[in-house]
Design a protein around this ligand. Structure first.
Ligand code: SF4
Ligand code: SF4
Length: 116
C-alpha cells in the first residue's frame, strides 16, 4: 500500500512541470499588500541625511562628501518613514527585485564612489 502511494508520487513528479520559477527569467508575481523595497532616484537626492535620521532601523547611510546614499536591505522593514520625510520626493517603496549588488544586502548609489 505504501509502495503504491510512493510510486504514484514518483510518477506524478516525473511527468509534471517544475514547481520552481526560473528567476530572473520569469518575473515573480508579488502578493497583494506587498510593501516592496525602498528605491531612490539618485539624481534628485541632495544628500541632506534626513532619511537616515528618521529611519527607525538605521538601514540608510548617507554621506555628503563623497556624495553617497546606501540602504541595508536586511535592516529595512519597509516602514515608509524615509519616503514620507524626503524633501526632494526621491524615495519610494517599489515592488521589484534588487539587482545584484557588490556587497550582499546593500544597495549603494551616488555620483561618487560608494562607501565601503
Ligand atoms: S531625505 Fe531624500 S534628499 Fe535627503 S538624503 Fe534622503 S533621499 Fe536624499
Ligand atoms: S522604509 Fe523604513 S526601515 Fe526601510 S529604509 Fe526607509 S525608513 Fe528605514
Amino acid at each position: 500500500m505504501c509502495l503504491l502511494g510512493m510510486t504514484k508520487t514518483v510518477l506524478k513528479n516525473l511527468f509534471s512541470g517544475p514547481t520552481t520559477e526560473r528567476y530572473p527569467f520569469v518575473a515573480k508575481k508579488f502578493l497583494s499588500g506587498t510593501r516592496g523595497k525602498v528605491d531612490i532616484e539618485i539624481e534628485k537626492c541632495i544628500y541632506c541625511g534626513i532619511c537616515q535620521r528618521k529611519c527607525p532601523t538605521a538601514a540608510i547611510l548617507v554621506t555628503k562628501e563623497p556624495k553617497t546614499w546606501a540602504v541595508n536591505r536586511m535592516s529595512c522593514i519597509s516602514c515608509n518613514a524615509c519616503v514620507e520625510v524626503c524633501p526632494k520626493k526621491c524615495l519610494a517603496l517599489n515592488v521589484k527585485y534588487s539587482a545584484c549588488a557588490e556587497k550582499p544586502y546593500q544597495d549603494s548609489f551616488g555620483p561618487e564612489k560608494p562607501h565601503a
